[in-house]
Each structure stands twice: as structure tokens, then as C-alpha cells.
Design a protein around this ligand. Structure first.
Ligand SMILES: *[C@@H]1O[C@H](CO)[C@@H](O)[C@H](O)[C@H]1NC(C)=O
Ligand SMILES: *[C@@H]1O[C@H](CO)[C@@H](O)[C@H](O)[C@H]1NC(C)=O
Ligand SMILES: *[C@@H]1O[C@H](CO)[C@@H](O)[C@H](O)[C@H]1NC(C)=O
Ligand SMILES: *[C@@H]1O[C@H](CO)[C@@H](O)[C@H](O)[C@H]1NC(C)=O
Ligand SMILES: *[C@@H]1O[C@H](CO)[C@@H](O)[C@H](O)[C@H]1NC(C)=O
Ligand SMILES: *[C@@H]1O[C@H](CO)[C@@H](O)[C@H](O)[C@H]1NC(C)=O
Ligand SMILES: *[C@@H]1O[C@H](CO)[C@@H](O)[C@H](O)[C@H]1NC(C)=O
Ligand SMILES: *[C@@H]1O[C@H](CO)[C@@H](O)[C@H](O)[C@H]1NC(C)=O
Ligand SMILES: *[C@@H]1O[C@H](CO)[C@@H](O)[C@H](O)[C@H]1NC(C)=O
Length: 366
């Protein structure tokens, strides 16, 4: 008995460690964000073009039905990246949405039921009962289908309740995935019930992606204004919040600025081509750039900023990805003569003056 428990634990551990159990590539690629000022939730995912030849998957909010208001739009043809959006109305910021992909057709294979000719369904489903009442099942599924669909093995226990057996998959040949699953039959199990075994898409109720809206808030880019202060010694960079933003939002800003001469045109497209200065939260929505400290004289600078929500307290929810960068603003610094050079110039002028006046004085005396 003890041995079996240990064996079971080891099996469970191996099963949980196996990367094949982490969900389909389609599910893993799903990424959603709430565009706060537009009041919409955008989701995007990528699908292999070959998978789409076999099965058409629809993104579902499992409690409300199809997630996308319209058919998804294609973002990139090469990777088949799709995007779709939904208005936020009807949700609250603290809501969670359970998302899953559902195939547009039945993909179930039953034991001892032939599905010859249907290349999309799992095939070669076989089960064996061993002497210790363990049932070993195995099957194969096309890799292109498995890229989009997670499969589970279903069986019925004595009470005719449907049970799920978590499977392990591996690649034996490039086009197909081989999967296997073991479960223990109890002595009183009726073989008829036991053999009501099928392989089909994972139940969206248990296999879904939880999207907590308040943790994925993307803010609108800020609008920068640059004001020259202290007679051009300092530049005040300031920006506004969107008035609809909540007072308890906790902002992180990132300011990026660069001297135009230091950056090649090819580098301007980089995220932040120059120095970047990260501002800590609770900062006023403004920052000073000082001549001498941050800026060189007689130069043109480009400045941009982006913003993100972040909470130091993990129990607070509002978080999210960086906003887009603001539009780039430019500033020009005045020419300040080098003070050392100025001193030398003044000193030499004084010396020259003294010499001249001394000579002049002697000439006058003569
Ligand atoms: C979100 O969806 C809207 C409407 O489809 C689109 O205009 C916008 O560019 C999308 N935003 C992102 C970040 O994909
Ligand atoms: C995919 O499924 C959706 C929803 O069921 C349907 O509107 C769309 O026409 C299907 N696309 C293809 C290519 O079958
Ligand atoms: C499901 O999608 C596939 C691929 O887009 C398509 O060929 C098939 O006709 C669709 N089936 C149904 C029942 O909509
Ligand atoms: C399924 O087929 C196997 C042999 O192919 C057979 O041994 C088994 O009894 C069948 N099971 C049922 C429930 O018909
Ligand atoms: C099922 O059990 C057999 C024999 O005990 C073992 O060889 C196999 O690796 C197991 N398969 C899974 C998926 O645990
Ligand atoms: C086999 O299982 C399915 C659901 O998975 C159920 O609808 C069906 O009634 C079961 N058949 C038998 C003979 O128990
Ligand atoms: C910047 O200057 C404009 C006028 O040029 C003024 O309206 C604005 O209030 C100034 N901003 C700050 C933060 O001082
Ligand atoms: C920036 O300016 C645009 C255009 O005037 C405006 O629609 C947008 O709300 C402003 N953004 C912020 C964060 O205030
Ligand atoms: C900002 O600078 C830090 C360190 O200098 C760097 O790790 C980070 O990637 C930079 N950010 C951007 C957007 O370039």
C-alpha cells in the first residue's frame, strides 16, 4: 500500500514536471490587456497556419460565451497573430475572466469506435488492464492539432461520474504526438463502465486561462510639455494624467532622453536610444533636466516618457504593462561658455591690460 502511494506520488511528480502538460501553444500565446482610456479589453494570440487547416478555434469567456464581439482580425500574416477586442462595459476592474479556446467541431475519439478517415481526431486509442488493476491507455494525435487543442482522457468510475486522466505526451514521429495515461480501477468497477473511455478536448471549465482585469491595465501615453526655467539653466518636463484615471493608481514613469548628435538615425527606433532615467512612484508628474547635470550646452535633445501601473503592496491589484511612449519632444540648450576658459580669458585680458597700461604709463612719463 505504502509502495503504491510512493509510486503514485512519483508518477504525479513526473506528470506535473512534464512540459507536455502545460497547455497548448495556442493557449500559451494568449495575451490580454485592458486599454483603460478606451474602455476595451484586447486579446491577441498566435496560431500556426497549419493548425488552422484542421480546426478552427474560438476564444470563449467560459461564463459568458464567445469573447470577441467581431471576428478576430489578423495582425501578422507570417505568424498568424490574431487580435480581438471587447468593450469593458459590464465588467468591473476587479473581475476575473476565464478564457479558453473551443474547437468548432467535435474532436472526440471513443475506444473501439472507428474514426477512419477523420485526420483531426485522435487515433489508435488503446487500453490494457494489468494484473494490479491499473489501466494503461495510449493514443496519438496530429501535432498540428495538438498545437491548438489540449486533449484529455475521460473514463467513468463506478458511480458513472466522468473522470479525467491527466496524460503525458511525447514526440515519436515529427507529424504526431504520442500520449499515454494510467489510472487505477477499483476491484468493484464494472468493465463496461471502465471501457467507456474517450479522448477529447480538455474541459474549458478546468482548463482555462484566468485573466484578472485590474492586473493588466494599460494606460494611455502621456502628453509631454517642456518649459524652460531659470533662464535656460533648467527644463521642466511635465505631463498630465488622464482625468478618468483612479486617484489610487500608483504610477511608475520612465523618462528617456538623448542628445540628437549622439544617436544615429538607425538607433532612433530603439526603445530608448539614449540615457534613460527611471522615476520612482509617488513622484509628481514632472521632472527637471538641469544644464550641466543632465544636459550639455548648445545641444538639441529629444525627450519621451512612458508610464506603467505598479503596486508595492502585493494585495493591491492595479498593475499593467508599459504604455506606448509619448510623442517625442525636443529642447535646445543655450551655449554656456566654459567657466575655466572664461577665467583664463579674463585673467589674460587683465594681464594684457596691466602690461599695456604699465607701458602706456612709462611712455606718458617719458
Ligand atoms: C485594441 O483594439 C483596438 C480595436 O480593435 C485597436 O484599435 C487597438 O489598436 C488595439 N490595441 C492594441 C494595443 O492592440
Ligand atoms: C471559424 O469559426 C467561426 C465561428 O464558429 C466562424 O465564424 C468562421 O467562419 C470559421 N472559419 C472558418 C475558416 O471555418
Ligand atoms: C471548422 O474549421 C475548419 C477550419 O477552418 C473548417 O474547415 C470547418 O469547415 C469548420 N467546421 C465547422 C463545423 O464549422
Ligand atoms: C474493444 O476492443 C478490444 C479488442 O480490440 C476488445 O478486447 C474489447 O473487449 C473491446 N471493448 C469493448 C467495450 O467493446
Ligand atoms: C503507466 O504504467 C506503466 C507500467 O507501470 C509505465 O511503464 C508507464 O510509464 C506509465 N505511463 C504513464 C504515462 O505514467
Ligand atoms: C459513456 O460516456 C458518455 C460520456 O462520456 C456517456 O454519455 C455515455 O452514456 C456513456 N456510456 C455508457 C454505456 O455508460
Ligand atoms: C509651461 O508654460 C506654459 C505656457 O508656455 C504654461 O501654460 C504652463 O502652465 C507651464 N507649465 C508648467 C508646469 O509650468
Ligand atoms: C493627450 O492629448 C490627446 C490629444 O489632445 C488627448 O486625446 C489625450 O487624452 C491626452 N492624453 C492624456 C494622458 O491626457
Ligand atoms: C534604461 O536603462 C537601464 C540601465 O541603464 C536598462 O537596463 C534599460 O533597459 C533601459 N530602458 C530602456 C527602455 O532602454
Amino acid at each position: 500500500m505504502k509502495k503504491r502511494v510512493i509510486l503514485c506520488c512519483v508518477t504525479c511528480y513526473l506528470l506535473s514536471a512534464f512540459p507536455g502538460n502545460t497547455g497548448s501553444r495556442l493557449m500559451d500565446s494568449l495575451y490580454c490587456v485592458m486599454e483603460y482610456s478606451e474602455g476595451i479589453i484586447n486579446c491577441s494570440w498566435s496560431e500556426s497556419p497549419r493548425s488552422r487547416q484542421y480546426v478552427n478555434m474560438t476564444l470563449m469567456d467560459i461564463n459568458r460565451g464567445p469573447f470577441c464581439a467581431k471576428d478576430p482580425a489578423k495582425l501578422e500574416a507570417s505568424h498568424e497573430t490574431w487580435t480581438c477586442s471587447k468593450v469593458f462595459a459590464g465588467h468591473r476592474l476587479y473581475d476575473s475572466i476565464h478564457l479558453a479556446f473551443v474547437p468548432n467541431r467535435s474532436l472526440e475519439s471513443h475506444l473501439n469506435v472507428s474514426n477512419e478517415g477523420d485526420v483531426v481526431k485522435p487515433k489508435n486509442l488503446r487500453c490494457e488492464v494489468s494484473l494490479d488493476q491499473t489501466i494503461h491507455c495510449s493514443w496519438e494525435v496530429r501535432q498540428d492539432v495538438a498545437d491548438s487543442v489540449d486533449f484529455s482522457l475521460y473514463y467513468q468510475d463506478q458511480s458513472r461520474k466522468e473522470e479525467v486522466c491527466k496524460s503525458t505526451c511525447w514526440q515519436e514521429i515529427p507529424t504526431h504526438l504520442s500520449c499515454a495515461c494510467n489510472f487505477t480501477s477499483r476491484p468493484y468497477n464494472n468493465p463496461i463502465h471502465l471501457f467507456n473511455i474517450s479522448v477529447g478536448p480538455a474541459d474549458p471549465k478546468t482548463s482555462n486561462v484566468l485573466f484578472k482585469i485590474c492586473e493588466h491595465i494599460k494606460l494611455q501615453p502621456r502628453n509631454l510639455t517642456i518649459n524652460e526655467t531659470s533662464k535656460g539653466e533648467t527644463f521642466l518636463i511635465s505631463w498630465d494624467k488622464d482625468p478618468i484615471e483612479k486617484p489610487d493608481f500608483n504610477y511608475h514613469y520612465e523618462l528617456c532622453y538623448w542628445r540628437d548628435n549622439d544617436v544615429k538615425p538607425s538607433e532612433v527606433s530603439l526603445d530608448c536610444p539614449g540615457h534613460n532615467k527611471t522615476l520612482t512612484p509617488h513622484n509628481e508628474p514632472q521632472v527637471h533636466l538641469k544644464l550641466g547635470t543632465h544636459l550639455e550646452p548648445s545641444s538639441s535633445y529629444s525627450v519621451k516618457i512612458r508610464v506603467r501601473l505598479e503596486e508595492d503592496d502585493p494585495s493591491h491589484c492595479y498593475k499593467g504593462p508599459w504604455s506606448e511612449w509619448s510623442a517625442v519632444q525636443t529642447l535646445h540648450t543655450k551655449s554656456v561658455p566654459n567657466t575655466l576658459l572664461l577665467c583664463i580669458l579674463v585673467l589674460s585680458a587683465v594681464v594684457v591690460l596691466v602690461i599695456f597700461s604699465f607701458c602706456g604709463f612709462r611712455a606718458l612719463v617719458r
